[in-house]
Design a protein around this ligand. Structure first.
Ligand code: XLS
Ligand code: NI
Ligand code: NI
Length: 435
């Protein structure tokens, strides 16, 4: 045991009236919601990078956190892992996620970095066995080191493409070894800073080729989980190719990968793309590519990807409503890709940020479940489209009627559209009863 979280108890559910700061008020893992335990609905994951690797820097200043594991070398990496698993035991969340760079020191060569990753993977395997914590997904950091400054798979330099492929292989191997349930690709630098030096067509070919390689390799080693792309429109790059769910779907179609790859949708990235989170979730579900979520929100004024813990229950309710409508998570889960504010220095801040986020999600889930059970929203939606059940409507939708038949039908039967209320305010009032 380290003493980093000394004095902090394991967090238990105590109900909404508890006065204890170190307790869940709404997240009760064993409580059954719509026939399933809350833990199995939400499938929470802690993000290793923000909680244990990020040092508190922002564009104006460097490290604010003082953590005993900051530094190079395997001893620091192991201490970091010890503290991380102690936090997982305190929170009791079932999953975690990591990038290679979060967990191992960078070596002098690729082979050394890979060996470091393998050593930490072994260390994780023992701890996962001992604690029961599982891996929701693994991923590769193909954006921090200066070699990736012009992209990874989409780099103009084929040596960087090669290096990125080697990194991807090592990270898929580590994820597979640890029983990861998904593998995520976030193309942090797959985009451009200026079109003046960018060949869009060439870079798309490279990205498509690399994604094919990843899918082929996953099948080759028998990795069963889906590959997930995490859309983001920009920042830090000027433009990112995986802009949003719709753009990713177009890319997957173009390269014939729409049945192989799904999406990991981040709340803050949806907002950066000018969408609501629920829009991205509903669209992914309708396209059959809904995979997993990153639940961190942005500050709505700053316009940055500020990666804050979720605290807005009405927003969570609408998000989990879409998750439930999509049938809930299968391999996916709710990853806190969220970091403390840089002034939140205390170990207790790190624990309570997660506790609050888990409670906000639990309240959202319960509200969403109640809205679904009540059925009025879905009934109103179904009623709005009910006309499509008619025989003539079915002929139009199936293509049996082309424009000529449709025109004939309109004149024959004297169709005269009658506008009907969309009832938006009434539906909003309905939602407000639950949040
Ligand atoms: C950054 C991304 C990143 C991914 C994993 O904006 O959200 O944290 O989730 O690389
Ligand atoms: Ni992000
Ligand atoms: Ni993310």
């Amino acid at each position: 045991m380290t003493d980093f979280f000394a004095g902090i108890p394991k967090i238990a559910y105590e109900g909404p009236d508890s006065e204890n700061e170190f307790a869940f008020r709404h997240y009760n893992p064993d409580e059954v919601v719509l026939g399933k335990r809350m833990e199995d609905h939400l499938r929470f994951a802690v993000a290793y990078w923000h909680s244990f690797a990020w040092e508190g820097q922002d564009p104006f200043g460097g490290r604010t956190f003082d953590r005993p594991w900051f530094g190079d070398g395997m001893d620091c990496a192991r201490l970091k892992a010890d503290v991380a698993f102690e936090m997982f035991a305190i929170l009791g969340q079932p999953y975690f996620c990591f990038h290679d760079l979060d967990v191992r020191p960078e070596g002098a060569t690729f082979a050394e970095s890979r060996a470091n990753l393998e050593a930490i993977t072994d260390y994780f395997a023992e701890k996962m066995q001992a604690t029961g914590t599982r891996l929701l997904w693994g991923t590769a950091n193909l954006f921090t080191h200066r070699r990736f400054m012009a992209g990874a798979a989409t780099n103009p330099d084929p040596d960087v493409f090669a290096y990125s492929g080697a990194v991807l292989k090592s990270c898929i191997d580590a994820t597979h070894r640890l029983g990861g349930e998904n593998y995520v690709m976030w193309g942090g630098r797959e985009g451009y800073e200026t079109l003046l030096n960018t060949d869009l067509g060439q870079e798309a070919e490279q990205a498509g080729r690399m994604l094919h390689n990843v899918v082929d390799y996953k099948h080759k080693i028998g990795f069963k989980g889906p590959i997930l792309i995490e859309p983001k429109p920009q920042e830090p790059s000027k433009h990112q190719y995986d802009f949003d769910v719709a753009t990713v779907y177009g890319f997957l179609k173009r390269f014939g990968l729409e049945d192989e790859v799904k999406v990991n949708i981040e709340q803050g990235h949806a907002i950066l793309a000018g969408h609501s989170f629920e829009h991205e979730l509903a669209l992914a579900a309708s396209l059959g590519i809904f995979g997993s979520i990153d639940i961190n929100r942005n500050d709505y004024q700053s316009g940055w990807d500020t990666d804050q813990f979720p605290n807005n229950v009405p927003e969570m309710a609408l998000a989990f409503y879409e998750v439930l409508r999509a049938g809930g998570f299968t391999t996916g889960g709710t990853n806190f890709d969220a970091k403390l504010r840089r002034q939140s220095l205390d170990p207790a801040d790190l624990i309570l940020a997660h506790v609050g986020g888990m409670d906000a999600c639990a309240r959202g889930l319960k509200a969403a479940a109640a809205m679904l059970e009540d059925g009025k929203l879905e009934a109103a939606r179904a009623e709005r489209y009910a006309g499509w059940q008619g025989a003539e409507a079915q002929k139009m939708l199936s293509g049996q009627y082309g424009l000529e038949e449709i025109a004939d039908y309109v004149e024959r039967s004297g169709v005269e559209p009658e506008p009907r209320s969309g009832r938006q305010e009434r539906l909003e009032n309905l939602v407000n009863r639950y949040v």
